[in-house]
Design a protein around this ligand. Structure first.
Ligand SMILES: *Cc1c(COP(=O)(O)O)cnc(C)c1O
Length: 343
């Protein structure tokens, strides 16, 4: 089933064979990769990220053959295009308002984007999505749950998984902040499902650029063939592995962010300038005001930077959950704004 989705040039690809592919083992004199024999970061990284994958496999309950590690989720997204989508011919489907990178990656790869906007409640228009898959040459459906920038989780993904025979890419960058189950369990059932997660959000490693994809062994093998051999640096592999060995730090910070989210929601609800707050299962809050651009500019002048999402959802702002003092400062500034603009 996957075979007929792959681009012909990728099927025929002879992948690069690195020095580390040709000899594996630690106890030897390494004169095979033109490395400098001196220094700390003088050796190439493990192209297979074996230590990191072994730990992830144990934590997530997924075999290592079903795990891919990328240079951020951005690489996981880009590779999906390069493996499956024929430039100038194929299409992908997205459900806006959603993460901007799906569309950017599509345009870089010369792939047309079919848009089926979310409903008023920011849920999937499942019937319309399925209709589009019959009419167009759609290779991948991108779903983001919890969704950025709306913050809510998507219902009815199962229906798409049961109907669509192309690839379903579920972006779970914010899954740790949600009480819902990950779609990870479903990769055993659907060989066309790719679940992506990241070290950038709940794991606190946005600076390290480490993303993950979980999928069928066939799809992961394709990812491994197409990726640059040394796509994740030694330092970044180590940083990722280190967070996995600090479960209590991860849990306590996650708890702190979730409890700050509750506090911030309460404080925002009390403000008159806030017209509507959208439900969130992520580490950010989308809320509606009368004039998003005016508030955004006011906050920027006060050196508090949030995101103006007016272009996606009229008069909305998106704020990431910060440290308690940072969130307090935001609320104080919004209160001042309220006073200044009170009629
Ligand atoms: C932040 C975010 C990511 C993370 O991307 P990285 O490249 O791993 O930092 C992925 N998807 C969504 C929807 C995001 O908001």
């Amino acid at each position: 089933m996957i075979a007929k989705l792959i681009r012909q040039n990728i099927k025929n690809l002879q992948p690069y064979s690195s020095a580390r592919d040709e000899f594996q083992g630690l106890d030897a004199i390494f004169l095979d990769a033109n490395e400098n024999p001196y220094g700390n970061l003088n050796r190439y990284p493990d192209p297979h990220q074996a230590a990191l994958k072994a730990k992830l496999s144990e934590l997530k309950g997924v075999p290592t053959a079903q795990i891919f590690i990328g240079n951020g989720s951005d690489e996981v997204i880009d590779l999906a295009f390069r493996i499956f989508c024929n430039p100038g011919r194929d299409q992908v489907l997205i459900c806006p308002p959603t993460y901007g990178m799906y569309e950017v990656a599509a345009h870089i790869n010369d792939i047309e984007v079919v848009k089926v906007p979310l409903t008023e409640e920011f849920q999937l228009h499942t019937a319309e999505i399925i209709k589009q898959t019959h009419e167009k040459n759609i290779k991948i459906i991108f779903l983001c749950s919890p969704n950025n920038p709306t913050g809510n989780s998507l219902e009815d993904i199962e229906e798409i998984l049961n109907t669509f025979s192309g690839l379903v890419f579920i972006d779970e960058a914010y899954i740790d902040f949600s009480e819902r189950d990950s779609y990870l369990r479903q990769i055993a059932k659907y060989s066309n499902l790719i679940v992506s997660q990241t070290f950038s959000k709940a794991r606190g490693l946005a600076g390290a650029r480490v993303g993950m994809a979980f999928s069928s062994p066939e799809i992961i093998a394709l990812y491994d063939r197409v990726k640059p051999p040394y796509n994740v640096s030694t330092s970044n592999q180590k940083a990722a592995l280190k967070t996995l060995h600090q479960p209590s730090l991860y849990t306590s910070r996650l708890q702190a962010i979730k409890s700050e989210r509750t506090q911030l929601l309460t404080a925002l609800r009390k403000l008159k300038v806030v017209k509507k707050i959208y439900p969130t299962e992520a580490n950010f809050i989308l809320f509606e005001v009368e004039d998003a651009t005016a508030i955004y500019n006011y906050l920027v002048a006060r050196k508090v930077i949030i995101r103006n999402r007016d272009r996606d959802v009229k008069n909305t702002l998106r704020v990431s959950i910060g440290q308690p003092g940072e969130n307090q400062k935001l609320i104080e500034e919004l209160k001042k704004y309220e006073k200044i603009t009170a009629h």
